[in-house]
Design a protein around this ligand. Structure first.
Ligand code: TXA
Ligand code: MG
Length: 342
């Protein structure tokens, strides 16, 4: 398949992209979180193609993307908690799970009675969905098992030749996938942490219950509430190990690996290891949002350096967007953590 790549899209390009989507085509589009691989969310046939393009198991449901939260009632049963979340956080990086209506095909929800709904704030995503006039089902635009794509170059690397069109929108500002929640009255179940943080949900008046899969490896037979959380994800080919301890302990642990060609030290510029020739910098400790926006690009970059066989990374703190970083890094590491603190 020939993939059309559109840099700096014009309105006319978006009109063409929207027509392609309505006709069942596959169009990668930028959002504020990560790039998405969009298809017509009302077409069972189109949504089946998306699983094939990603190499993704079809029991892993898709998020439908809407131009406005007010459209949600056409596709799912909205409740007062959804309205409150929508008012506070939409458009933006949050996905809400609600009971689905029958117009949403089972191929979107992997057979579940619920559907995931999100209203992206990125102007290109917004305009494309508005022009298409249909809900756009979109998983992250990466090959299954690889980190999500946050630059158009990543999308081209994974999807060129597999889909109809790739629309450039520059780097994704957040760089981690949306927060996924299930509203149950005043209680919110957190299935996947993201840029709408636990602190923000609490401030909006909800109590937050975290799914175990956010911070822990599930044992054989245990099922996460978001089916996608069970897959090894976000992982480069190199073996990733997370280090938890004081900055002195981490510095001492990493010193023997300085300059080792097969080892990458993923750290912040304040860490001692940042001075090593094999350091890869996430940014400043004081700028967790900046770190989050660079994580997937750095993880993907390791796959372009086959000499790198292992990566050591410092465990981020669990507050704010740090929880989302921690969740993605734990998965990249297959939950391999060295505890340096006694
Ligand atoms: O930021 C994002 O959410 C990006 C952009 C493109 O919007 N999309 C994204 O989609 O991350 P994807 O398919 O890579 O991840 C969707 C996650 C999966 O873990 C899936 O299992 C979960 O959402 N999910 C979807 N529908 C669900 C449902 N009805 N119940 C529980 N989890 C659901
Ligand atoms: Mg994904």
């Amino acid at each position: 398949m020939k993939t059309e790549i559109i840099y700096h899209p014009t309105e006319a390009d978006l009109i063409r992209g929207a027509a392609l989507l309505r006709d069942g085509g596959l169009v990668a589009l930028p959002t504020e979180t990560v790039y998405g691989l969009g298809v017509n969310g009302l077409s069972a046939e189109a949504t089946r193609k998306v699983y094939a393009a990603k190499g993704r198991p079809s029991d892993n449901p898709l998020i439908i993307h809407l131009a406005s939260a007010e459209d949600a009632g056409q596709y799912c049963e909205v409740n007062s908690a959804f309205k409150k979340l929508a008012e506070r956080f939409m458009p933006g990086p949050i996905t809400v799970i609600l009971p689905k209506k029958s117009c949403i095909p089972d191929s979107v929800t992997g057979g579940l009675p619920t559907v995931a709904v999100r209203v992206p704030s990125h102007p290109i995503a917004h305009r494309l969905i508005e022009l298409a006039g249909i809900p756009i089902a979109a998983p992250s635009a990466n090959l299954s098992g690889k980190p999500s794509t946050t630059l158009v170059e990543h999308v081209i690397e994974d999807m060129n030749g597999r889909i109809d069109m790739i629309i450039d929108g520059g780097p994704c500002t957040i760089g981690l996938e949306s927060t996924i929640v299930v509203p149950n009255g005043e209680t919110i179940q957190l299935l996947r942490p993201g840029a709408v943080t636990v602190e923000m949900l609490k401030e909006a008046g909800f109590s937050v219950q975290m799914d175990k899969a956010v911070t822990e490896r599930l044992s054989e037979g245990e099922r996460p509430l978001a089916p996608g959380m069970k897959y090894r994800h976000y992982a480069p080919n190199a073996q990733v190990t997370l280090l938890r301890g004081s900055s002195e302990q981490i510095a001492a642990y990493l010193r023997p690996f300085w300059g080792e060609k097969d080892t990458a030290l993923l750290c912040c510029m304040e860490d001692e290891a940042a001075n090593a020739p094999n350091a890869f910098l996430l940014g400043s400790r004081g700028d967790p949002a900046g770190q989050a926006s660079r994580l997937f690009d750095l993880l993907r970059g390791f796959d372009h350096r086959p000499e790198i066989r292992r990566v050591f990374a410092v465990m981020p703190s669990a507050d704010g967007i740090g929880l989302a970083m921690m969740n993605r890094m734990l998965k990249a590491a297959g939950y391999r953590v060295v505890e340096l603190e006694k």
